[in-house]
Design a protein around this ligand. Sequence first.
Ligand code: IVH
Length: 697
Amino acid sequence: MPVPPEIVARVEELRKLIHRYNYEYYVLDQPSVSDAEYDALMQELRQLEAQYPELITPDSPTQRVGAPPATGFQPVRHALPMLSLSNVFTEAELRNWAERVMRLLKASNLDFVTEPKVDGLAVSIIYENGVYTRGATRGDGFEGEDVTANIRTIKSVPLRLYPPPGVMLPRVLEVRGEVYMNVADFERLNEEIAKQNEQRAAAGQRPLPLFANPRNAAAGSLRQLDSRITASRPLRFAAWDIGVWEGTEPPRYHHEALDFLRQLGIPVVPDYTVHHSVDEVWQACMRWQERRASLPFEADGVVIKVDDRTVYDQLGVVGREPRWATAYKFPAIEKTTVIRGVEWSVGRTGKLTPVALLEPVEIGGAVIERATLHNEDEIARLGVMIGDAVVVQRRGDVIPKITAVILARRDGDEQPITPPEHCPVCGAQAVRLEGEADRYCVNPNCPARLKASIQHFASRNAMDIEGLGEKVAELFVDLGLIQSLPDIYYLDWNRIRQLEGFGAKRVENLQRAIERSKERPLARFLYALGIRHVGERNARILAEQFVSIDRIERATLEELLTLPGFGPTVAQAIVTFFQEPRNREMIERFRAAGVRMSEERGEETRTRQGPLVGKTVVLTGRLQSMTRSQAEEALRLAGATVTSSVSRNTDYVFAGEDPGSKYQRAQQLGVPILDEEALLQLLRESGIDIPQETAIS
Ligand code: IVH
């Protein structure tokens, strides 16, 4: 039966598209479609080729993996090919894969290892006699690029291996793994590039392109001909396999191989786990899927491997994909769609946020119709216009965002996005101050601001008033029942009872919820007020430190600056808030309504439990993670007394860099001297939050 001509045409079209996207992705590091779309095209092509094998040609993208190495680096042949992975998308597909493996091995059960599928680029790292001798990219799996100098700059990659006692190093050890970037590092890098671009623009130079995602940032950073640039980039490495192994007996099990690498100080994929059944494997996949949004790095799936390496040869390889491993791919978090318009939403600070109105797309199980564009700078950065095809990303519960514009799809009908001169809700002026990225509605009584403030005030982590959500807040503001926040406590219930949908039961519940909210702890009330830069953490510190709102009203800038993590911006925002007569009046009305405004427990709020309670401590030297006064304040919060000189009564001396004479004095008196790491640990154990970076294990 001849192949229908529309099939022939579609196959040709798919190949062309995939070829172009491949080039953009692998060679330019500037993809124009999301991975999910690319995967879908490949999948469609594979299916058509399976149905009509006569259409398969050697140059089809299904017949090769990856792309040719970019010129400039020396080609390297891999002694053992670097394979790729088959994919499964559902539990049934996973079970099929595992059952086939067990059938081939005539095994009734099998152990598997699961690992996150870190989204970066695969590399091979060779150690000879424990010394790093070569780093190479995967390339097409057979031949990659020699990036020895570049990988050498990745600080987590050991340049020499020191085996612990009793551990024999193989003469040649090939470590395979992923070079990648953490999401936070990637965002910081893009910010830095954006800053450089401002300077370049001033100097009349062309802007440097920003990276579309952490994976491209990692690839672009590693494949720099000038490895000094690589050195300045926050690249990381995580091993997921061994390759060549000569001189000793290689480990029998995959998990042993990873354990071995870990013992040698080589970073390994985090939380790899052995499972004794497919049920367990699937549960692990679901757990990773839940953790996905909170991981410091991007992961696009879970890799599942047979633990026993001795059966790998028997299982063999299909094309480039070994039968002994597969990848469970998470549902897409990125899709492409079209921007139909832009709406400017007004937040509780008066900030106008551009929101893109999208042609609805389904992403990871939800239909997305709106995505934030953050602010005018972001619109300029993306170069986005109305009518553009864009990449939309949705991760976890976060508001979806637009990450890229697909310029190739422009047809000339796109319209520029112009920020409004007036607030779209109240019509007051909308101004953008010098040096700020955002535009603000100048009217403090703007109904949009009030509605958003009420919603925040009543939200779960603030005053937690059930029944006072978005809809009710809108209604009460529109009816004039709430004209400022404290009005929540002076509602005209007789009028509310006459409103449609407000039956006796509902009114009673709302009344009770509002009444109960008066008893919330001070920290919650402070957070509920919506003072700029006072989130839950800072609100808690303020409440613990000052105990009552009157004390906070009187706090000076200097006092506020001594609080842990409080910089000039935060401190100034608090002072400004309480200087504003309107805000003082508002607080008086809250007080008159009976809202609790102090911890009422006085000083003893500070005496909590923990290792530092009642200890007398002394600080000396410079600390890395905080200023001296922040450390003192944190120690006091933890229940310690901070003194300035060392005596026999001193429990600990905390020494930073270049400690002074107190250090010697402590040594003479035999007072325990602890370093900054220990200080942070003790503070953490005392329940004091210290911001810290999450890193891979
Ligand atoms: S194992 C046959 N394990 O995914 C074994 N790969 O789609 C080859 N990747 O080229 C790969 N995390 O770049 C493996 N834990 C992991 C991985 C992982 C990320 C990447 C790797 C590979 C690609 C295959």
